[in-house]
Design a protein around this ligand. Structure first.
Ligand SMILES: Nc1ncnc2c1ncn2[C@@H]1O[C@H](COP(=O)(O)OP(=O)(O)O)[C@@H](O)[C@H]1O
Ligand SMILES: [Mg+2]
Length: 227
């Protein structure tokens, strides 16, 4: 469970302050596929980055499985990011000079897993996304949808408990977007993973359990979807 408590984030540029989050309280449950929606600038990315330990709030706390992220040392925070969280961003962030499988292996390299195990695990996850025949291709040789599936395979390869997607389907065709969202749904239902996905695509929120709507850094409403 992820509990954000009284979360505020102020970005300061020179004399100007931007309030990205304003005393936000929100809870995400285990084995839940949650969508985060809201207008551009409403604080969706900021919230995701703070939950993922990529950024710190100005005030307030985030508890993950009861542990207060603000009390973790930088080593513990790095371990949290590497082992518990799978990040997926809108712009795939694949490394251009590595092949698809090498990109997928990267998080395991960081976690010190040996090369044989890395290769077989990476291949398994690529297969899951119908990409076994693309393993040795470079990102430039893949379509947008394929690249994003590689990025998702990479985010899943360390078996994260929590997947954070910041508009993961924002830049791909609708068919690939569906493949991605259905894969998330399956991971939640069959493997007990939790997913928090920022999206602008209301069609895709049909696959989610709850829709959390932000406005001006605050919670506007929460909808439980009928399934
Ligand atoms: N690094 C930053 N520096 C200054 N302002 C920022 C920064 N990141 C986000 N903001 C501001 O914070 C607000 C929320 O941004 P963001 O979390 O990216 O919203 P969303 O993802 O919903 O579009 C916006 O007004 C944005 O301009
Ligand atoms: Mg954003």
């Amino acid at each position: 469970m992820v509990v954000a408590e009284n979360l505020s984030k102020i970005y300061k540029i020179g004399q100007v302050e931007y309030l990205a989050l304003r005393e936000l309280d929100v809870t995400f449950y285990d084995e839940e596929f949650a969508a985060v929606v809201g207008p551009s600038g409403s604080g969706k990315s900021t919230l995701l980055h703070i939950i993922g330990g990529l950024d710190k709030p100005t005030s307030g706390r985030v508890f993950v499985e009861g542990a207060d992220l603000s009390l973790l040392s930088s080593d513990e925070l790095a371990e949290y990011r590497n082992k518990k969280i799978g990040f997926i961003f809108q712009f795939f962030n694949l490394i251009q000079y590595l092949t698809a499988i090498e990109n997928v292996e990267l998080p395991m390299t960081i976690n010190g897993i040996d090369s044989e195990k890395r290769r077989s695990k990476a291949m398994k996850v690529l297969e899951m996304f119908g990409l076994s025949d693309k393993a040795s291709k470079k990102p430039t040789e893949l379509s947008g949808g394929e690249r994003q599936r590689v990025a998702i395979a990479r985010a899943l390869v360390n078996d994260p408990d929590l997947i954070l997607g910041d508009e993961p389907t924002g830049n791909i065709d609708s068919q690939s977007a569906r493949v991605v969202v259905e894969a998330f749904r399956k991971l939640v239902d069959e493997q007990g993973v939790s997913v928090i996905m920022v999206t602008h695509n209301l069609e895709l929120t049909k696959f989610c359990d709850r829709i959390i709507k932000l406005r001006d850094g605050k919670l506007e409403n929460i909808k439980v979807t009928a399934k």
